[in-house]
Design a protein around this ligand. Structure first.
Ligand SMILES: Cc1cc2nc3c(=O)[nH]c(=O)nc-3n(C[C@H](O)[C@H](O)[C@H](O)COP(=O)(O)O)c2cc1C
Length: 210
């Protein structure tokens, strides 16, 4: 597979209480104005949870990188994203013998967590790494013949200072732009624990990533 392609990015954003958000509200600022990126707010579009499956499948077909962007809720995704998965990823379309609509597309999560990074480890109080907790999504990607990448993670949101949130916002935008400009090596990214680490060693932002 060609790993450096100009790819259109679809961000499926799910936050049920954006009015109370401190971190995600800032992370998404300006995303709708970036070239090659479609920002799609699921709770805003479907406040009653009646998801337009045809429209969602069309959106998926028009993009090569799919991002599930959400806060971590009970070690998982917010409810609307699960509903979206249950309805949109249809047999014969997304998976199964004939289901090849998502083949070779890239999928990853952008996740904020209240818990600190050290809690997401075998010896931390959450016992599992974030990537391990995302196993159902990774397996879903595999079943849909997609390429799964590790999450872009923002840990320790409760006490996070505005300057650090802004740094993460910039990192996130750099990664998204790298996809649209064909500057991101997908195979290299797949082996990482966090997508954040793809910026380490690049010219821009090498020092400010960790
Ligand atoms: C219902 C609910 C469940 C949550 N579950 C977790 C969790 O499992 N692990 C965690 O680290 N933080 C958890 N949190 C904290 C959120 O992840 C955190 O508040 C959010 O990432 C902050 O982003 P925001 O400022 O955009 O809301 C939970 C918060 C809520 C409201």
């Amino acid at each position: 597979m060609e790993t450096r392609l100009h790819r259109k990015v679809l961000i499926l954003f799910a936050h049920p209480a954006l009015q109370h958000s401190r971190v995600n509200r800032k992370l998404i600022a300006g995303l709708d104005r970036l070239e090659g990126i479609t920002f799609h707010d699921l709770y805003e579009n479907y406040p009653d949870f009646y998801i337009d499956v045809e429209r969602e499948q069309e959106l998926l077909s028009e993009h090569e990188v799919i991002v599930f962007h959400h806060p971590l809720y009970w070690y998982s995704i917010p409810a609307i994203l699960k509903e979206w998965q249950d309805l949109v990823l249809e047999h014969g379309w997304a998976y199964g013998h004939e289901g090849r609509a998502l083949q070779n597309k890239v999928l990853f999560n952008t996740i904020t967590t209240g818990g600190p990074e050290r809690a997401y480890a075998a010896d931390g109080y959450n016992h599992y790494t974030l990537r391990q907790l995302l196993a159902p999504i990774e397996q879903t990607a595999w079943l849909c013949r997609m390429t799964y990448l590790p999450p872009f993670a923002v840990h320790g949101t409760h006490l996070m200072q505005p300057e650090l949130i802004d740094e993460y916002r910039q990192q996130y935008q750099r990664i998204l732009k790298a996809f649209t400009r064909g500057e991101l090596e997908v195979e290299q990214a797949a082996g990482l624990e966090r997508l954040n680490d793809i910026l380490v060693g690049t010219q821009k932002g090498a020092s400010d990533v960790r």
